[in-house]
Design a protein around this ligand. Structure first.
Ligand code: 26M
Length: 803
């Protein structure tokens, strides 16, 4: 299918007039955007329909990616890119006298996720479609997304994210595909006359789950997969029972808002309702689809792969069991085999406090039948494993213990594959966090290092760089990212290096323009742009970054004539609303920014920009403008990281600890093309074992650090009396849990190496180029190919020759 500019203009005008019955030039940019979105939907609808039909006709195996979060970013441009009509449409829009970028900018960025985990799910949806893999997303259509962040006097303030205010062109409501999800009530098992026990329910609350489908358009391959998000509604026939506003609220609440915590789990009933709601709805619709094909149950796991993104959808295990046992009348052993063979699970964190566990009583009350099944799974696990592994080991792996249901244990026992998201992370799972399970099920464990879609993070976010690469090495890399390595041949080519430098400068100018408009702050685009963008968490150590900034500031104050590499420090981070310490760090950094940005002694030597409301769209602006990528988590804590990959792909040099995927970045670029510092995972483990670490001693031995820390409590930074004291205490009194002080000196040394290298523009650009050229292996296309081959056993459509 090709589309000419003229055809586009005609068709687009038609769509607009049908929608608004008015002149396009008088329309608001939101209306223009809506019409363009509708045009795309119509344009791709045939492929969407055909893709579905093809999967059905050929009875191919399909994968269902269950995730509590998806962070797709704006979809207008990415859909145009993948449909192969971005340039045509852009030209057409321009010829019509409309402003393409303004139209693009009027799309809301749906924040239906917290951070890394949700963004990964969306990168995966893009790769699954682009590889032509029959795949579906399954999640929740939150009425409100992740809160909008504002700073008031430097404090984070949260506002509701009403992302549906202007409607949502991409989704299609499918009430014909709705299912009922049952909560609460009582249940008992009754002989059905055919020697089978069937559950009898009473007093349950029945909720209607209505799916909203969004097309996931593959890259130039005519594939359109489906992302299905569920919304909770009152079933029509039960309207009568919901008399008061409060009654109705209980139902609406289920899909009302995304929980904004991504590291600290709180066992809230509503969260459990959400988890069961979208899990049950998804599993029900899978079983319904399977039954349509009239295949024997023994074919189920040959036709369906169910992937559980962290433990949030782990109720897939008992829910699939429930349907097979209670509704389809299968025996336990058969149902259990089907369940285990279909389900696979990814772990995204080793942070103990983020591990989900639910009080037994809560599950019993909310999901009585599911609880019975979990209990039975648990009992069978014990009965089977005690003879093989003994009581001690087995009881450390039970799903139910100390009055709680451990969701990770459920996911591991109920699946055939458990994977970590970077090599180090998987090793830690095997050797530490999940070692008992690794002993029991060694072959279940495998690594799948995360990846990112180069389409959004390079083609769209950095068009100029994309063109430069095209010009040098051709276009093959676009469908085979391994080909990016060809770009290395240009690492000594002066002309290419200077083009690269020009592109970076332009991207920095673009960010500077944003900062100026938004924050009235003047940035020097020739300064080194130093970027740390990720959720705010103590283990990610934004504090270490801030202490280094403070150290530089003191140096300037000591000697205002000091020659220093000018730097712009860019932060983007949301703190969970209940995470007080994280919010105090935000306040501290904002206060520091205020002090430094307004100190005439500093001038252009340092500027700090803490962007408000960091998310996918801001990432697309910031990442192409970055010179340094700060990946400074305490070794062993960051499962993988993915901003590290996006920044590398855009030519930033990584300044990092040996944590998560940073290690794999180091292996790819070589130690001379990355700035490493800090404790290794092993050193951290050893310090933890010894238990002799004293933050106070580190402080006493380092005069420079001592001076820096004093600034937290001596009033030099205005308006952080409380925060400064809390942060100081966390480091000294509570002995610095994340070894910020221990790593400080080595961090500063790495920063000094970076400064020095930046003086030599050619050497710097050369390393930047090598980073870009080495980033191919982090394409999510490769990650997904490995999931497809090694976990899901699904095939893509005519995958081109890839290595
Ligand atoms: C759990 C319970 C209740 C409420 C919220 C949660 C919850 C939500 C999101 C817990 C964790 C959540 O996300 C964790 C996450 O984003 N982990 C990151 O996953 C990335 C993709 O694998 C990795 O790159 C990051 O290293 C990892 O921190």
């Amino acid at each position: 299918m090709t589309l000419t500019t003229t055809e586009f203009k005609t068709e687009f005008t038609k769509v607009f007039e049908a929608l608004y019955a008015s002149n396009i030039k008088d329309a608001s940019s939101v209306q223009q955007y809506n019409a363009l979105g509708n045009f795309i939907k119509v344009y791709s609808s045939e492929n969407w329909n055909q893709t579905n039909q093809l999967y059905l006709d050929n009875q191919v195996k399909q994968v269902y990616y269950f995730s509590m979060e998806f962070l797709p970013g704006r979809m207008l441009k990415s859909n145009l890119l993948n449909l192969g009509i971005l340039d045509t449409v852009r030209t057409g829009i321009k010829e019509m006298g409309l402003d393409f970028e303004e139209i693009v900018g009027s799309e809301v960025d749906p924040a239906l996720g917290n951070g890394g985990l949700g963004r990964l799910a969306s990168c995966f949806m893009d790769s699954i479609a682009s590889l032509g893999i029959p795949g579906n997303g399954n999640g929740i259509r939150y009425r409100y997304g992740l809160f909008q962040q504002k700073f008031v006097d430097g404090y984070q303030v949260e506002l509701p994210e009403n992302w549906l205010r202007n409607g949502n062109v991409w989704e299609v409501r499918k009430e014909n595909k709705a299912v009922t999800v049952r909560f609460g009530g009582e249940v008992y098992l009754k002989e059905d006359g055919k020697n089978k026990l069937r559950p009898i329910y009473s007093n349950t609350q029945n909720i209607l789950a209505v799916p909203y489908d969004t097309g996931m358009i593959g890259y130039e391959n005519d594939v359109v997969n489906n992302l299905r998000l569920w919304s909770a509604e009152i079933p029509v026939e039960e309207e009568i029972n919901y008399k008061t506003v409060a009654d109705r609220e209980v139902v609406n609440q289920i899909t009302e808002v995304l929980y904004p915590d991504d590291s600290n789990y709180e066992g809230q009933l509503l969260r459990l309702r959400q988890e069961y709601f979208f899990t049950s709805a998804g599993i029900q619709s899978i079983v319904r689809f399977f039954k349509k094909q009239q295949l024997p149950w023994s074919e189920f796991s040959n036709k369906i792969a169910i992937h559980v993104n962290d433990t949030h959808p782990a109720l897939c295990v008992p829910e699939l069991m429930r349907i097979l046992l209670d509704e389809e009348g299968l025996g336990w052993e058969q149902a259990w085999n089907i369940t285990k063979r279909s389900i696979s699970y990814t772990n995204h964190t080793i942070m103990q406090e983020a591990m989900e566990k639910w009080p037994v009583q809560m599950v019993q009350e909310l999901l009585p039948r599911i609880y019975q099944i979990i209990e039975a799974i648990n009992q069978r696990h014990i009965d089977k494993k005690v003879p093989l592994y003994g009581e001690e080991l087995t009881y450390r792996t039970t799903i139910i213990s100390d009055g709680y249901i451990k969701m990770a244990n459920l996911a591991i026992i109920g699946s055939h594959s458990v994977n970590g998201v970077a090599q180090l992370h998987t090793d830690i799972l095997k050797e530490e966090t999940l070692r008992d399970f690794y002993e029991m099920y060694p072959s279940k464990f495998n690594n799948k290092t995360n990846g990112i879609t180069q389409r959004r993070w390079l083609h769209l976010a950095n068009e100029k760089l994309t063109h430069l690469i095209d010009e040098k090495i051709g276009k093959e890399w676009k469908t085979n990212p391994a080909e990016l390595r060809q770009f290395k041949a240009y690492s000594k080519d002066k002309d290419t290096l200077s083009c690269l430098a020009d592109i970076k400068l332009e991207n920095k100018q673009r960010f500077a323009a944003y900062a100026k408009e938004k924050y009235a702050i003047e940035l020097d685009p020739t300064a080194l742009f130093d970027v740390q963008i990720k959720r705010l968490h103590a283990y990610k150590r934004q504090l270490l970054n801030a202490l280094h900034i403070l150290d530089r500031y003191l140096k300037i104050k000591d000697d205002p004539s000091l020659e220093l590499q000018p730097r712009v420090f860019i932060f983007g981070a949301k703190a969970a609303p209940s995470y007080i310490y994280a919010k105090q760090i935000i306040k501290f950094i904002n206060a520091l920014a205020h002090l430094i940005n307004n100190d005439p002694d500093v001038g252009d030597k340092m500027k700090i920009v803490f962007v408000e409301n960091y998310g996918v769209s801001l990432a697309e602006l910031i990442i192409p403008a970055a010179d340094i990528s700060e990946q400074i988590s305490l070794a062993g804590k960051e499962a993988s990281g993915t901003s590290n990959m996006k920044l590398m792909l855009n030519g930033a040099l990584t300044l990092a600890t040996l944590d998560g995927a940073n290690i794999e970045i180091k292996d790819l670029v070589g130690e001379e093309n990355i700035f490493l510092f800090g404790l290794t995972n092993e050193e951290v483990n050893q310090l933890n074992r010894e238990g002799t670490y004293s933050a106070k001693r580190v402080l006493d031995e380092n005069e420079r650090l001592n001076r820096v820390l004093e600034c937290l409590i001596n009033g030099m930074i205005p308006d952080i009396e409380e925060e400064g004291r809390v942060i100081y205490d966390s480091l000294i009194r509570y002995n610095d849990e994340y070894y910020v002080l221990k790593d400080f000196e080595s961090f500063v040394a790495a920063q000094e190496r970076a400064d020095k290298l930046y003086q030599d523009k050619e050497a710097w650009n050369q390393k930047a180029l090598i980073n870009i050229a080495s980033s191919g292996p982090f394409s999510a296309d490769f990650t997904i190919m490995r999931y497809a081959d090694e976990i899901w056993n699904v095939k893509g459509k005519a995958i081109k020759n890839r290595s």
